[in-house]
Design a binder for this molecule. Sequence first.
Ligand code: KIV
Length: 264
Amino acid sequence: MKNVFDFAKAKIERRPISMVTCYDSTSAALVARSNVDCVLVGDSVAMTMHGEKDTLRATTDLLALHTAAVRRGGPDLFIVADMPFLAHRGSLDKTMDAVRRLMQAGANAVKIEGVDGSESTLRHIVESGVPVMGHLGLTPQSLHALGGFRVQGKEEAAAAHISEQALTLQSLGVFALVLECVPSQLATAITKSLTIPTIGIGAGHETDGQVLVFQDLLGLNPDFKPRFVRKFSDGAGFVVDALNRYTSETQARSFPTEKESFEI
Ligand code: KIV
């Protein structure tokens, strides 16, 4: 993706969008060598890279730091940066300061969870020239209000509410919408009702794209096995095997060889 218009184009051409989270420059350089369409510097960085149990401790400082690292590793990547917990729920000045910092760190767009009560803020950000990606369904920043990490929109009324929120976000000018952990039928209906693309995670295969956490799809966390994650590689096995070969070759003094050493 070069710009926001490519998202709309992908939907029109029915070309599924692949998005992956990315938090550091090494990973960004790898993503840049792949066919992945775009990256998300998600607030999941707090969990994945900093070992927190949820995303609530992610801050604008943290997201800006990681966004800048991703931009250095992937100068041409389309980067969406997450607005962290409550960053858009204080004053408009504070909200715009957070948006400015993420964009100046190298983001092409910001992602914001939810919409209820944030309509005028979202409109202001969009009208300020900053592309906004929406995020509905399981919105992890509302973990405590939702009673945990649970599938959302299973009941008729809840599904209707999410569908309405999606239309509201579209009318506010968001350019794409993440749907997280909602029944496939609901994700499909929302996808059909919108002109902007939907990007699903735990939302079935009929959305206009998919997003996964980099470490999850690479299988780097072998103990994390949510239903919606497919491990496309045995990353943990690959890394542990390399570390073990390094250790045994160090112990056997077969590493380093003369070719890997310097002489006077
Ligand atoms: O922070 C994140 O990783 C996300 C994705 C799950 C969409 O918001």
